[in-house]
Design a protein around this ligand. Structure first.
Ligand code: PXL
Length: 285
């Protein structure tokens, strides 16, 4: 039997709308990994489409939580960070990485700040700067194309994305993170969407594309990176981890489309998780 691995997920708790911690907790658990939670903020909903949401910034609680974990001698196989409620939280994230990681802890930074050519509500260049600094501490970063543009200063293109364009984004991202870069939401043509990955150690590039579904759902980036983080701490190889994470997103989207779920309510991954768990156990159990 494999010993249970543990990830610290540093992300907001959007109570409704299925993104960040309400995705990480079930997906990471379903992949057979413990998900410890470091909430950065509590919001009544996420900030896209919904209006009038409540926000409680938990910045003042984060370092005391981390200090308590440290005092208790709690180890983490992975740290996965996402949404920041303010650019100032970048310094707090960074301190937490230093405090609760050891030399074997895999640090995954998803620079959650933008999609479809626009920043999320209340975000701007200051957030991009905070994420540039944080990316330098990561073993893996998972920006989407819009986030990669804000991180590198390259103009956003909605797609199709030429090889030259993706190479330029990758070249800019390599200056920010010497580890592994997984660029998501790449559209090589009108029919396909997927990821391009670059491994800083081997210098190898790999890509994984699937047929594009006629929809875009909120929180799919969080489903992808939560799954990826869990599979990698369990020792999956990177190609399998990327493919399985992309497939979980596709299957959840297809189910949500069939059910007619509005895109801002997130995807029905719940209906997919039992089969997903079985697949993970077959591969890694
Ligand atoms: O899924 C990204 C995300 C996470 N958290 C909050 C958000 C968003 C995107 O809009 O608003 C609060």
């Amino acid at each position: 039997m494999n010993a249970l691995k543990r990830i610290a997920a540093i992300n907001d708790l959007s109570c409704v709308g299925k993104c960040s911690l309400t995705v990480s907790l079930p997906v990471i658990s379903a992949a057979g990994v413990e998900c410890a939670c470091m909430p950065t903020a509590v919001l009544s909903t996420h900030t896209a489409v919904f209006t009038g949401y409540t926000v409680r910034d938990l910045s003042d609680d984060m370092l005391p939580i981390a200090r308590h974990w440290k005092k208790e001698g709690i180890d983490f196989d992975g740290i996965y960070s996402g949404y920041m409620i303010s650019p100032q939280q970048g310094e707090i994230f960074s301190e937490i990485f230093d405090m609760v990681s050891n030399e074997d802890t895999l640090i995954i930074v998803d620079p959650v700040m933008a999609d479809n050519g626009n920043y999320y509500a209340g975000m701007g260049e200051e957030m991009a700067e905070a994420f540039r600094k944080l990316c330098a501490k990561a073993h893996i970063i998972t920006p989407n194309v819009t986030e990669a543009c804000y991180l590198t200063g390259i103009e956003y293109q909605p797609g199709s994305h030429s090889e030259e364009y993706i190479d330029a984004l990758m070249a800019g991202l390599k200056k920010l993170c010497s580890g592994r870069i997984i660029l998501t939401g790449v559209c090589p043509d009108e029919k396909r969407i997927g990821n391009v990955a670059w491994d800083g150690r081997s210098g190898e590039t790999a890509s994984c594309f699937n047929d594009r579904l006629p929809a875009a759902y909120h929180g799919t980036g969080d489903v992808f990176t939560s799954c990826l983080a869990a599979l990698l701490v369990r020792g999956a190889n990177i190609d399998d981890a990327i493919k399985m994470s992309a497939q979980l997103v596709i299957d959840s989207m297809a189910r949500s489309l069939e059910e007619g779920i509005p895109h801002h309510m997130g995807v029905d991954f719940e209906g997919i998780l039992p089969a997903f768990t079985a697949k993970v156990e077959k591969l890694l159990g």
